[in-house]
Design a protein around this ligand. Sequence first.
Ligand code: NAD
Ligand code: DAU
Length: 332
Amino acid sequence: MSRLLITGGAGFIGSNFVHYVIDHTDDTVVVLDKLTYAGNVASLAGLPANRYTFVHGDVCDKELVDKLVAKSDAVVHFAAESHNDNSLVDPEPFIMTNLYGTFSMLEAVRKHDVRYHHISTDEVYGDLALDDPHKFEPNSPYDPSSPYSSSKAGSDMLVRAWVRSFGVPATITNCSNNYGPRQHVEKFIPRQVTNIIDGVRPKLYGDGLNVRDWIHVDDHNAAVLLVLKKGRIGETYLIGVNGELDNKTVIEKILLAMGQPADAYDHVSDRPGHDRRYAIDATKLRTELGWEPKFRDFDAGLAHTIDWYRDNEAQWRPEKAAVEAKYVKEGH
Ligand code: NAD
Ligand code: DAU
């Protein structure tokens, strides 16, 4: 049994990870979360009090982080500013949380010799042309495009340096686009689902042919837990399920699944610097650790996700108007 410190555990992937750990292990969990606009304690409702504690705080607070890490067997660092569009409006929180926050975590795990797992993204590798036969691999060159992805790339580099220079027992995973319950309504799939619930037409950036490699959040989290327990120290593992779809196809699937005509959406202005395509080669994870995804059917996972937004309006409704007002200002 381990004592896990999970940063960003009130966010989308982190909260699903906390539920996954409680359901699949005997570990105890401490969540450290600043509760930015993206954090929601409702996502952590119903967890057993004898195995779960919530600490409201900032990963940049080195004193607090040091105290929590000293009492932990392992750290899983999810906390981040995560939204590309926000990073194009105000990059500063991305630099603070994603870079300084990771530095703060690394210094604490170095001091206390605690196992550290770093959550990262496929976006650190830049983008691929639509007809490129290659996918991202662990040793693909870093080439991030946005303030968000460059801050994540920098945080990965810090982890690699702390492993090599100080022998910190760390691993890194870089995952593709997640979907599933509890995702913030600023993100692509929840935004379109909640727009349709509200009788508003979905919004497609640019020509809509940008490709994302979709994975269910529980598959991501199962892989993270496996790498945490069995991954080789110092290694990077890519997580993905060959889930490439262009944005136009995803919008059409959402519309049809919600009983609307497939073309009932609008094109809006494109994201500056918009990455064209991401694609993950997860061979290393599959062959070395024997990982297999559970959610192989995107349409079924999407239907389940749509149901979650229909059934949990109280959770996302308070954020919806502010998110849409922000998008109007940005021309999306
Ligand atoms: P999210 O925005 O939903 O949640 C982020 C969480 O971190 C929130 O609870 C927020 O309150 C917390 N947080 C932010 N700044 C903090 C700080 N300074 N101190 C403490 N807590 C802070 O993000 P997400 O989509 O769940 O992503 C989680 C992680 O996974 C991120 O590191 C992200 O880069 C990575 N990732 C996300 C995806 C995806 O598709 N969403 C894919 C690959 C990797
Ligand atoms: O690839 C992993 C990354 O996936 C993570 O590192 C990020 O944290 C996560 O936010 C996600 O980044 P994206 O920028 O790909 O996700 P987003 O949901 O913002 O957009 C997905 C695609 O949909 C992208 O091509 C932009 C497009 N889009 C987005 C919105 C919000 C639209 O066409 N319309 C929209 O309204």
